[in-house]
Design a protein around this ligand. Structure first.
Ligand SMILES: Cc1ncc(COP(=O)(O)O)c(C=O)c1O
Length: 486
């Protein structure tokens, strides 16, 4: 066996892995030092690959290839562990989670059949129970699955909503028979104007059409307005339309706003709508004693999306999809002769195949379980609170600077603001100053649009960032703005 073909697992695997990890970690360190900031300076043209020949006829050998590519990758990365890398819900992962994830890769367990992941199957089931409990579901009645993220969780939620709605009204299961002609063009999904784009995209994927998604206006706090929702539902009745799902958000991507969950749960129950809560961002608030009350009512959802690769400090991917009643998950079940034969299942060799739209599936629950056990709920809550405090500190600093305008006080850990130039178009200046910071390699600041204008966004997910580092970041934004207008 050549060194290139050594395996990571088996009796000898860890011995082979250790020196390679050393090479990778050293190269990671060198690349990080080369970059010297949150992202490489120079803009897109300067983020080179070390080679244009990714698949040479003859390989370079393990250590040289690993060292070269890892160093270049780290040099060219946007590093969420840098305090100035704050554009997205792009979390800096905890070292403990990354170490656990390495083991998932080595053993390459897969959760589509019990025999590819006995311990993975067990750990995922325990993590799902824990998350169900965190939401406030009865863990004995609930079910769920670890997903690739909020997008997959929202898709799964809408799939179950479609199933529930069509079975109830027409007695047909659309996953088997498709959408019946009498339902075509009549099905409706209600969500706020601020709902994540993956909801509409899922409606398209599920054959409901993106046009089936009806946007409910929001109130002055950017929360879905229950009265407006009710009015829309009544109008739909009059037009013989069939609303099937209500999607609420607990933590909108930009403002971190939480829709009024108790009122929406009441309306969903009254109109027999599937109630899905997208808590991909805000779900992390459940760890915090201070912030968890904001999510009251989430336990009444039929399904919930959580993302531990946001406020949970996990390496991607670490999403979760939970349902309040395990039986509502049944439309996902599949019997596949080579994966989960009935007699194996009856004998207790239960697979998780029927929980996911994927077949081969990583045991992403391992890193989550290790992190939970290592930190416990209290320390996770402290990390959430620290990010929340940082957001308030940043908002205060923005308010104190006359050249900045704060959009509104933070709810979770994002801060929306813009630079007010002395002259020139405010949208253009803010868009340009953000690109300047990217090009110079100084900061990765977010950008979004609200009320038709460009706003900058700090998404604060690094609990180790100091107040001083936030002030430096804001000073860099200010300097970039001044440069744009000079
Ligand atoms: C509210 C919300 N839902 C869903 C998603 C999609 O999550 P993912 O990127 O993990 O698929 C995001 C991503 O930022 C989000 O903010």
């Amino acid at each position: 066996m050549t060194t290139s073909t050594r395996l990571a697992g088996g009796d000898d695997g860890p011995g082979h892995l250790r020196p390679l990890l050393s090479v990778a970690v050293d190269a990671l360190k060198k690349g990080t030092v080369d970059r010297a900031g949150p992202l490489p300076a120079g803009g897109p043209d300067f983020v080179g690959s070390p080679t244009s020949d990714v698949l040479p006829r003859e390989g370079l050998g393990v250590e040289p290839a690993l060292a070269e590519m890892v160093q270049a990758f780290a040099r060219g990365a946007a590093d969420p562990a840098d305090p100035a890398c704050v554009a997205h819900l792009h979390t800096p992962p905890l070292a403990v989670a990354v170490a656990a994830d390495l083991v998932a890769a080595v053993l390459n367990s897969s959760l589509d059949s019990w025999d590819q992941g006995p311990s993975g199957t067990r750990v995922e089931s325990e993590v799902v129970r824990t998350l169900a409990d965190l939401i406030g579901y009865d863990p004995a009645a609930a079910s769920g699955v670890i997903t690739s993220g909020g997008t997959e969780s929202n898709l799964t939620g809408l799939l179950l909503a479609r199933e529930h709605g069509l079975l109830r009204t027409f007695g047909v299961p659309p996953t088997v028979t498709g959408i019946p002609p009498q339902a075509q063009g009549r099905l409706r999904i209600l969500c706020a104007e601020t709902t994540h784009f993956s909801v509409a995209r899922s409606a398209g994927v599920l054959g409901l059409g993106e046009d089936s998604v009806v946007r409910v206006p929001v109130d002055e706090h950017h929360r879905m307005a229950p009265q407006a929702l009710r009015a829309l539902l009544e109008e739909m009745r009059g037009r013989d339309e069939l609303p099937i799902a209500l999607i609420a958000t607990a933590g909108t991507t930009d403002l971190g706003v939480i829709d009024p969950l108790p009122e929406l749960a009441d309306i969903a129950a009254e109109y027999d709508l599937w109630f899905h809560v997208d808590a991909a961002y805000g779900g992390g608030a459940l760890f915090s004693e201070r912030l968890a009350p904001l999510l009251a009512g989430i336990e009444r959802a039929d399904s919930v999306a959580l993302d531990l690769h946001k406020l949970g400090w996990q390496p991607v991917a670490a999403g979760a999809f939970l349902v309040r009643r395990a039986e509502t998950f049944e439309p996902m079940e599949r019997r596949v002769a080579y994966l989960n034969p009935a007699d194996d299942e009856d004998a207790g060799f239960r697979s998780l195949l029927g929980r996911s739209l994927r077949t081969t599936r990583r045991p992403d629950a391992l890193k989550i379980a290790v992190t939970f056990r290592a930190l416990g709920r209290d320390e996770l809550g402290t990390l959430v609170d620290r990010c929340h405090d940082l957001a308030h500190h940043a908002a205060d600093a923005v308010r104190a600077e006359p050249r900045f305008e704060l959009y509104r006080d933070p709810v979770l850990t994002t801060v929306l603001f813009r630079y007010l130039p002395e002259s020139g178009d405010v949208d253009r200046v803010n868009a340009e100053l953000r690109r300047t910071l990217l090009r110079e390699g100084t900061a990765v600041v977010g950008r979004t649009e609200l009320d038709g204008s460009v706003w900058l966004k700090l998404t604060l997910l690094n609990p180790n960032t100091t107040r001083g580092e936030i002030e430096t970041l804001l000073a860099d934004v200010l300097a970039a703005g001044a440069k744009e207008t000079s």
